[in-house]
Design a protein around this ligand. Structure first.
Ligand code: SF4
Ligand code: SF4
Length: 126
């Protein structure tokens, strides 16, 4: 990933159209079962590596609604695949290419973010 949206989200959807990777969907469009909040697809999030700050955080009015998650890389394949199994995530499954797992489709991430920040799901601050 990635970043993750928490239950502090007020579903204003301001972030949805700002994402350069079209990784964010509203609760109504979320692939999660019984979704209550706007959702970030970790298999699409590129952590806005080419921007000064993540675009979603730049427009979000709610402090703490967007937090760090683990890099979407092969090292965290098990983390995301077990999250997919337990319903935390819903990773896209392509008819021919199979699941867009971190192993199959790794995404760029900000290596300046300390692993402790990601493990703790600390808020992404500007
Ligand atoms: S960090 Fe960037 S790519 Fe990831 S969800 Fe936010 S706006 Fe989209
Ligand atoms: S901008 Fe923030 S509060 Fe609004 S939907 Fe996105 S994460 Fe939720």
């Amino acid at each position: 990933m990635a970043v993750m949206i928490t239950d502090l989200c007020i579903n204003c959807n301001s972030c949805v159209d700002e994402c350069p990777a079209t990784a964010i969907v509203s609760a109504d469009e979320s692939p999660l079962a019984n979704a209550e909040f706007t959702y970030v697809k970790p298999e699409k999030c590129i952590e806005c590596v080419d921007c000064t700050v993540p675009k979603c955080v730049d427009v979000c009015p709610t402090e703490g609604a967007i937090v760090w998650d683990m890099p979407y890389t092969a090292a965290f394949n098990e983390y995301y695949m077990s999250g997919h199994e337990n319903g935390t995530y819903s990773i896209r499954v392509h008819a021919k290419k199979g699941i867009f797992s971190p192993e199959n489709q790794p995404r760029p991430f900000r290596d300046v973010i300390a692993m402790q920040e990601r493990i703790a799901h600390n808020p992404v601050d500007l």
